[in-house]
Design a protein. Sequence first.
Length: 324
Amino acid sequence: MKRNRHMKAAVIGAGYLGRFHAQKYAAMEEVDLLAVVDVDEERSRLVAEEVGSTAYSRIEDIPEKIDLASVVVPTTLHHEVARNLLQKGVHILLEKPMTTTRQEAVELIDLAEKKGLVLQVGHLERFNPAIVTLEKRVTEPLFIEGHRLSGFKPRATDVDVVLDLMIHDIDIVLSLVKAPVKEIRAAGVPVLTPRIDIANVRLIFENGCTANLTASRISLKDLRRIRVFQSGCYISADCSQRNNLIVTADRSASNTFSSMKPEFLTHEKVDILDLELRDFVRCVRQGLIPKVDGSAGLRALSLALDINEAISQGLESSGISNVL
């Protein structure tokens, strides 16, 4: 039986998250991690030594052609680095948010399509078993409420809280609601940084569904929970604890409401980054469309930018304009 050759991989960006990407690739039997690339030579050296790879300071210095790469650099560099790799024929997993503008995202999608390459966006929560269960159980959502709260982390302040945290729930909501957004009502303020640190948005969709999302990176406790209400059913997904609460209406023989029947699901602890990267490798090897492809990444980015624009307009009308 002929064995498939190993995929040759690289990680571009050896910071906090890039290190984890490198660890996952290095542990995969079907992948050879050839390069860890970072402009900070000491950082790339330390990560490369840890995972048994080779450190480089420039993509151009990698001696062999690589098949696939994770792009884990600051968001402002996503477009430049991803475009460079796509032009070289490399399949890309691009961390979220995929770019800083719609135009940049469209250019990458078009380039990947032209080259026949996989472009996957790193919306990690889609591989969380609590969200996978949510997607299976939700059919016609009527109301969605999401809270994503986190303690302050200086390393994540290159973008605002909408592009940093809320975009996860934006992506999840867009995967559940099969209708365009009709109205956006958003508010947010800067607290610890010049950018928006806490934000809330109410999204009203053309099919009548409403989603209310709150994101904060200045909380004293972490919370990642989304609740969905649909006819006769309420479904909650706790992304941190990786569990679901499903409450369904128990109806009598005459089809009138009788009582509520709860179901609690606890999922085994899994490494969702490993699941995401293995799915990426599988899509590259088999020529499949990723769960979160470039188009899904663009939809989430576009709505996030619209939310930021609504927040910005509200702040400007209040005399606050030195943000975003």
